[in-house]
Design a binder for this molecule. Structure first.
Ligand SMILES: NC(=O)c1ccc[n+]([C@@H]2O[C@H](COP(=O)([O-])OP(=O)(O)OC[C@H]3O[C@@H](n4cnc5c(N)ncnc54)[C@H](OP(=O)(O)O)[C@@H]3O)[C@@H](O)[C@H]2O)c1
Length: 399
């Protein structure tokens, strides 16, 4: 008869015995009553069927598997939600394979190393780590053809689970003073904003940076831009959220609901000059105003890109319909005359993630976490995300 073990302590105990067995060269130190690995299970939420009428998440049990060469097995301590997770779980976006209903969602993560596969060096059991968003993008320039083949929560199982097996080379150690909940906000929002502000736009002291909304990417954008000495303007649908942003260092705040021509407020606040950098975290619906908010030689970082099906309405964050502005057809001349640059930003490399974590630790930048939910409350966390009430990030504590 085999025993199924679910609890962390049983898993840790099993792991300790087997690590010890390996260390002293015994094939089997574990006592006869201990369960074989094949009987060990961990809990994982899976996406379920396309969930137009609900999130469809369902709890499953997965067998614990040994990490292969170059892999590690992780205990997931925290994960978190991003805008794309709503689109994926609502069926607005399509999972990357026929395994969609069994896919474990979410790319955000903060973990502890449980087991090392053969040939893995530089890591130890118990290390606190985050796994980068694209583990095939370690450094250098992005290549979609090769690097998007592993995209956690889309075409590869993600982190809404008690355990994960991932490539060791995608891991970055968590700075000592950073909690698992804080670290879990970096693989998607923190990294994307870092890529946009630091690497792509190369924000300098004195630049004016505009960032849209108070979601995960935008709030990190504000924090990174302030770290670099920029003057930051931020927009929101809520005056209360804008007050929070001022407390976080925002110099200019604009309510885009009561003031839809927010670009004019940016021009006013800069004496008519405009911004040096705009983080368009919304999408095509705000591209025209983003361009109109620009100073000469400004850079627009195109981050929000909810899919637009031919003939269907465009979507903003979370899949809400939005209008595509018609004025864009006149813009090429404006772009040329003002020397503007529009650059698409895709999350970021492992090297950027490492730099972002180190910068946050050195500069004491604490990610803005709105709420932390328990693992069993994952559907509640998604419903809360959908209300649009949150500021910054929603985190799920796994174990
Ligand atoms: N390119 C990439 O690699 C990449 C990476 C990460 C995210 N993204 C994309 O970036 C976008 C933001 O992601 P996220 O995770 O930060 O989203 P999020 O946390 O869900 O935040 C979305 C926020 O957008 C704001 N918003 C909605 N409509 C707006 C509008 N018309 N104007 C200004 N702000 C508006 C809202 O702010 P208020 O509540 O303050 O009104 C909302 O809180 C999403 O489209 C996501 O898919 C892209």
């Amino acid at each position: 008869m085999t025993t199924t073990l679910h609890s962390d302590s049983a898993l840790r105990d099993w792991n300790r015995r087997n690590v010890l067995a390996a260390a002293i060269g015994l094939a089997m130190l574990a006592p006869a009553r201990s369960a074989p690995r094949s009987a060990l299970r961990f809990r994982a939420w899976e996406a379920g069927e396309s969930a137009a009428a609900g999130f469809g998440l369902r709890m499953s049990e997965r067998p614990v598997t040994a990490p292969g060469p170059g892999q590690v097995r992780l205990r997931v301590r925290a994960t978190g939600l991003n805008a794309r997770d709503l689109s994926l779980l609502r069926g607005v976006r399509i999972y990357g394979s026929k395994d969609g209903p069994r896919r474990i969602p979410l790319d955000d993560n903060a973990c502890e190393v449980l087991e090392l596969g053969p040939d893995v060096s530089g890591l130890q059991i118990g290390d606190r780590v985050v796994c980068t968003h694209f583990p095939l993008w370690l450094d250098g320039a992005w290549d979609d053809a090769t690097m998007s083949r592993m995209d956690f929560g889309v075409n590869t199982d993600g982190f809404l689970a008690e355990q994960a097996v991932v490539p060791a080379r995608g891991l970055v150690k968590i700075p000592d003073d950073m909690s698992f909940e804080q670290a879990a906000t970096f693989p998607n929002a923190g990294l994307t904003a870092w890529h946009a502000v630091v690497e792509a736009a190369q924000v300098k002291p004195g630049d004016t940076v505009v960032t849209l909304g108070t979601g995960g990417v935008s709030v990190f954008g504000l924090q990174w831009a302030k770290m670099l000495g920029a003057r930051v303007a931020i927009t929101s649908s809520s005056d209360e959220k804008l007050a929070r942003m001022r407390a976080l260092g925002a110099d200019v705040t604009v309510n885009y609901r009561t003031n839809p021509a927010w670009h004019e407020a940016i021009l006013d606040a800069t004496g008519g000059r405009g911004a040096d950098v705009v983080l368009n975290t919304v999408g095509i619906g705000e591209l025209e105003r983003s361009l109109m908010a620009c100073a000469s030689n400004a850079r627009v970082m195109q981050i929000g890109a909810n899919p637009v099906k031919r003939g269907a309405p465009a979507q903003g964050p979370g899949g809400a319909p939005m209008e595509v502005p018609v004025g864009l057809r006149d813009f090429p001349r404006g772009m040329i005359m003002r020397g503007l640059r529009i650059q698409g930003v895709i999350v970021g490399s492992r090297a950027m993630l490492q730099a972002a974590l180190q910068a946050a630790a050195l500069n004491r930048i604490a990610p803005v976490i709105d709420r932390v939910f328990a693992f069993d409350q994952a559907p509640d966390a998604l419903h809360y995300m959908e209300t649009g009430e949150k500021i910054g990030k929603i985190v799920i504590r796994v174990s």
